[in-house]
Design a protein around this ligand. Structure first.
Ligand SMILES: *[C@@H]1O[C@H](CO)[C@@H](O)[C@H](O)[C@H]1NC(C)=O
Length: 211
């Protein structure tokens, strides 16, 4: 028999236990993976507000109202992402439930931050695509977004986000930071650590690029 180090054997056992426990006997690898839905950082404000209205007509958006634990940051991208995620979860996590006319991204990382928790019921209803990208958490503050830009742009070419560049619009920190963070992630080993950015990065399974 193949000799594995004890720690690896223990890990594998725990993994299988986890898989079988989660799938009610049916062995299904993806069951260990929770998924969330967020808004693409390239989405303009009118589309974000449209998504917010649409999702909140189906799910309870109390937590993003004043006094709720997810009210801050009070930005359209964060509020829309929160509502889009709840809609995605309630509808059963098919990729079509995170489409929002091409403005939704399915995340493999939990977008929760501080006291704001993004609900997840489990994995994507169908097999996720194998390619991944990295974007900033919709709830990230401006300070950390700027820090991520400063850090990542030391290593990658951020000129497309400069005035006149193809990724200049929308001129928001979250768009420019996501561009830089993704390029850093793509040019590094693409391991989860290179999209961590002190817990402000999300690994997503849809291409955030637009023409
Ligand atoms: C916002 O984006 C939507 C969808 O991509 C587009 O149809 C609309 O024209 C855009 N609105 C503005 C003001 O740019």
């Amino acid at each position: 028999m193949l000799k594995l180090p004890l720690s690896l054997r223990t890990t594998m056992c725990l993994l299988f236990l986890f898989i079988s426990f989660n799938s009610g006997g049916k062995l299904k690898m993806a069951s260990a993976q929770r998924t969330w839905c967020i808004a693409n950082p390239l989405t303009n404000i009118s589309a974000l507000l449209g998504n917010l209205d649409f999702a909140c007509s189906h799910v309870d958006c109390q937590l993003i109202q004043q006094g709720g634990s997810c009210f801050y940051p009070n930005t359209p991208i964060h509020h829309a992402s929160f509502a889009m995620n709840l809609y995605f979860q309630v509808m059963g996590r098919h990729s079509s439930h995170c489409d929002f006319r091409g403005s939704g991204l399915i995340s493999l990382t939990d977008p929760s931050y501080e006291s704001c928790s993004f609900h997840s019921e489990g994995d994507l209803a169908e097999a996720p695509p194998s390619a991944t990208w990295c974007v900033a958490k919709p709830g990230s503050g401006e300070y950390i977004l700027q820090q991520n830009i400063n850090y990542a742009c030391n290593y990658v070419d951020c000129s497309p986000t400069h005035d006149g560049g193809s990724c200049f619009n929308p001129t928001t920190l979250i768009n420019h930071a996501s561009f830089a963070m993704n390029l850093y992630y793509q040019t590094s080993a693409k391991n989860t650590a290179s999209c961590d950015f002190r817990n402000s990065g999300l690994v997503v399974v849809n291409d955030p690029s637009k023409s």
